[in-house]
Design a protein around this ligand. Structure first.
Ligand SMILES: C[S@@+](CC[C@H](N)C(=O)[O-])C[C@H]1O[C@@H](n2cnc3c(N)ncnc32)[C@H](O)[C@@H]1O
Length: 218
């Protein structure tokens, strides 16, 4: 058997090296996230989110799971080009306050509405629809978010979901610690549901920690 670690760090590092240089603020956020083990998207995923918003011309963007605002920076850069807005939700007040400060320092806070709430409570009340939704909060709640987010995706809009390959451990035959058994099977079941979701076309991209893109058909 080969390397038990499926998560392709070398590939991710190489993709990162191919990106344009990131500014000091993004590098500072990456350092903080790494030091405090706050799981944020990889730079190549952030770059992709921004590009996708620009390609699709998405104007109304919703993010579930802000943390300190690293992915929000890329989403906000995207909507700055399309003339749109990002609504970002996280229930951790301390992290959200840091996100607000980072976005202010980047001059991007005008593009973003920050909501300190539990997504499971606020999503049923939120006014949509959205052209682009990025789902990146608690993996164990992905099924519940999906139920609440399906009606919030605009016709032709897209739902992007992070961590769907869960370090590659969802791949049958991969080796991982037994303590992750439940989470691996939760994610496998979630992916199985997602790829069969009526009214959506889905593609899974194996970079970062695995990104799913689901487009609601018009
Ligand atoms: C993986 S981090 C988000 C990382 C961020 N998207 C980035 O890439 O920079 C997940 C975040 O989701 C938040 N979270 C978890 N469950 C939540 C819920 N039910 N409602 C709102 N936020 C939640 C956590 O507080 C955490 O900050």
């Amino acid at each position: 058997m080969g390397d038990p670690l499926f998560y392709p760090f070398e590939l991710e590092k190489y993709l990162e090296d191919l990106l344009p240089d990131r500014d000091e603020l993004l590098l500072e956020m990456e350092k903080a996230a790494l030091e405090e083990t706050i799981p944020v998207v990889t730079p190549s995923v952030g770059n992709f989110l921004q590009l996708l918003i620009e390609i699709c011309g998405s104007r109304s963007v919703l993010e579930i799971g802000t943390a300190i605002g690293y992915s929000t920076m890329y989403l906000a850069q995207g909507v700055r080009k399309t003339g749109g807005k990002v609504v970002t939700v996280d229930m951790n007040r301390g992290r959200m306050e840091r996100a607000v400060k980072y976005l202010q320092r980047a001059g991007l806070d005008g593009q973003v509405e920050f909501s300190i709430e539990n997504a499971l409570h606020c999503l049923p009340k939120i006014s949509g629809p959205f052209d682009f939704i990025f789902m990146d909060a608690a993996k164990g709640e992905y099924d519940q978010y999906l139920d609440l987010l399906i009606p919030l995706v605009n016709d032709g809009g897209i739902l992007v979901i992070d961590n769907v390959l869960f370090r590659g451990w969802v791949v049958p035959g991969s080796a991982y610690d037994a303590k992750y058994n439940t989470m691996v099977s939760v994610m496998r079941n979630f992916l199985d549901r997602l790829v069969h979701l009526p009214g959506f076309k889905v593609s899974i991209l194996p970079f970062g920690d695995g990104l799913a893109i689901a487009r609601k058909e018009r």
